[in-house]
Ligand binder design. Structure first.
Ligand code: DQQ
Length: 566
């Protein structure tokens, strides 16, 4: 153990050691529908009495040798509740000419009959990106511990006919089955600076034919990694199986580009394979993000056992000096799985930590309505401030003191960094100080500020300010400049005249995940405060640095139990 083991998390997924990045292959739940398969029935009957449980599988990009991003294979863990995870042997190792340099990102699809199949990118012996298939060796094994690569690999490779750039051709999506009986899937690509989701069709999951037109593309939007394409219901919070089409369905296209996961909502016509975003100004690179902090290469899956669509995303370390990762011997987390669904406006998605995580909550500290006076700070005591879950909402009796939103402020993140938690305002900043030292030398501030717009409207800014984290590094070896302390921010689509401002924050040693406006905007950050080194020296506060008081209408903070993870 290094001194930095204090930054390992208690309930966020991470491998026991070394490097992890993208969640892969989805997190499929092999449900009992497998049992209905004829060949499988045979095995079951011959095997005598066996209890088959639904198992969640998490595959992820993993380095077996150290905490740097190289030698990438597919790590694998399983779970029955998405909270506690058991390590399994790596699912895919670099073994063939077509994946000799890496088993890169891919996705899992449940084929007809429930049999899983994995499509993944191989970095071949010469460093070219090709698309491959793998299937479980034994579908009777609910843990899917062994995978067999297809003898037909590589299924798709760049060549002189398709003229695909072999350095920018990766991350096959989960496939969906259209009424014409053909599978579709998308591969991330870039041509001349334009991001592209190349579309492929297949009858047998082996022979894939490139469609004439991509499913989606956008000029000058950079390489699109890890594309995800899935249906959402217009009328229900329930998730939809990936092949669902119909009147009450919208489609979401997500791409990862420039360290950011963007999504756009639109209409998909399965007959001609045309996807049209509802609002071009909210396309990839322009519009909504899953998260306005650190969250990348994410992927959703449909959990048929609970009718939810669930999102996992990779949360990298916030270090400028990669030596820190090697020194610690580990790097990378997965965010808490989030349920996602379409907001009733149809304009955006909502996200919320999966309900299962609530079983880790204990010893709630509840505060009913209280006033937070201007310039005040108050401790929420009785909570284990290193691993906690906090839910609260704020309201203001009047919005008179709101400052003016300047016309040239077009980057909320920048406004958050100019107007950090210590900068006194009119209405706000107010919010939480987490992972804080008693002397206030260190803390991460998650807060709101309310501004007056030009049209008698109000603008709500949500920020996560890390500038005070690792403030006092004297006891540690590395200088503060080795850590990335970017302040993050987003405009929250909430009308403070009509609604309360809600905030939920999950705190877990070196990760802080915040959900504003009941899941309208999320900000995830990584922080490494020194106060964690001494038991009991980490604190949690609410604060108001505005010139007007605000009300907290109900606050509940729970200490979180430690989950059993790998
Ligand atoms: N990570 C994988 C790639 C993907 C990238 C390699 C995104 O397949 O494009 O580990 O983080």
């Amino acid at each position: 153990q290094t001194p930095d083991h204090i930054y390992r998390t208690a309930y966020h997924f991470q491998p026991a050691k070394y490097w992890m990045n993208d969640p892969n292959g989805k997190f499929l739940k092999v449900s009992l529908c497998l049992v209905r398969q004829k060949s499988f029935m045979k095995i079951v009957m011959h095997a005598g009495p066996v209890i088959y449980m639904g198992i969640y599988h998490l595959f992820y990009q993993y380095n077996l040798y150290d905490a740097q991003t190289s030698n990438i294979v597919w790590g694998h863990s399983t779970s029955t509740d998405l909270v506690n995870w058991t390590p399994q042997p790596p699912a895919l190792l670099r073994s063939e000419p077509y994946d000799f340099k890496g088993c890169f990102t891919g996705s899992t699809t449940l084929l007809s009959g429930g049999k899983p199949a994995v499509l993944y990118t191989g970095l071949d012996f010469s460093g070219i990106q090709v698309q491959n298939l793998a299937v479980p060796k034994n579908v009777a094994d609910p843990y899917l511990t062994e995978w067999v690569k297809s003898p037909y690999n590589p299924l798709i490779a760049p060549n002189s006919v398709n003229k695909i750039d072999g350095q920018n051709f990766r991350d096959p999506s989960t496939a969906w089955l259209n009424p014409d009986g053909n599978w579709r899937m998308v591969v991330g690509n870039q041509q001349n600076g334009s991001g592209i989701g190349l579309l492929y069709r297949s009858k047998n999951f082996i022979d894939w034919i490139q469609a004439e037109n991509p499913l989606h593309f956008l000029n000058n939007s950079g390489m699109w990694e890890c594309p995800d394409f899935f249906p959402v219901s217009k009328i229900s919070k329930n998730g939809l199986e990936t092949s669902t089409i119909g009147q009450n369905v919208k489609h979401v296209f997500k791409a990862s580009t420039a360290n950011t996961d963007y999504y756009t909502i639109g209409t998909y016509n399965p007959t001609n394979d045309i996807f049209i975003p509802d609002n071009r100004s909210l396309d990839i690179g322009l519009g909504f993000r899953y998260d306005y902090g650190k969250f990348y290469a994410s992927k959703t899956f449909f959990d048929s056992s609970t009718s939810r669509r669930i999102l996992f995303g990779w949360v990298n370390e916030s270090v400028n000096n990669l030596e820190i990762n090697s020194m610690r011997g580990w790097a990378g987390l997965q965010g808490i799985p989030r349920r996602i669904w379409l907001h009733k406006s149809g304009n955006q998605l909502l996200q919320w930590p999966i309900v299962e995580i609530e079983k880790l909550r204990m010893n709630p500290v509840i505060e009913d309505t209280t006033v937070l006076m201007p310039g005040s700070i108050r401790e929420i005591s009785g909570v284990n401030a290193t691993q906690a879950d906090v839910e609260m909402s704020f309201s203001a009796k009047t919005l008179e003191n709101a400052e003016k939103w300047e016309a040239n402020w077009n980057n909320p993140q920048l406004v958050c960094s100019i107007k950090g938690a210590t900068v006194k305002g009119g209405l706000g900043p107010f919010g939480l100080l987490v992972l804080a030292s008693k002397d206030m030398q260190e803390y991460t501030a998650i807060f709101f500020r309310i501004f007056k717009g030009d049209n008698n409207n109000f603008i709500v800014l949500m920020c996560s300010d890390q500038t005070r984290t690792h403030f006092c590094r004297s006891s540690l070896r590395l200088p503060s400049s080795d850590y990335d302390k970017t302040t993050y921010g987003v405009l929250l689509n909430v009308d403070p005249l009509q609604e309360k401002l809600s905030l939920r924050t999950l705190i877990d040693h070196s990760i802080v995940e915040s959900f504003g406006g009941e899941g309208k905007a999320c900000i995830t950050t990584r922080v490494y405060p020194t106060n964690l080194a001494v038991d009991g020296s980490t604190h949690l506060y609410v604060f108001n640095n505005g010139s007007q008081s605000v009300d907290i209408s109900k606050l509940t903070a729970w200490s979180m139990k430690t989950a059993q993870i790998n």
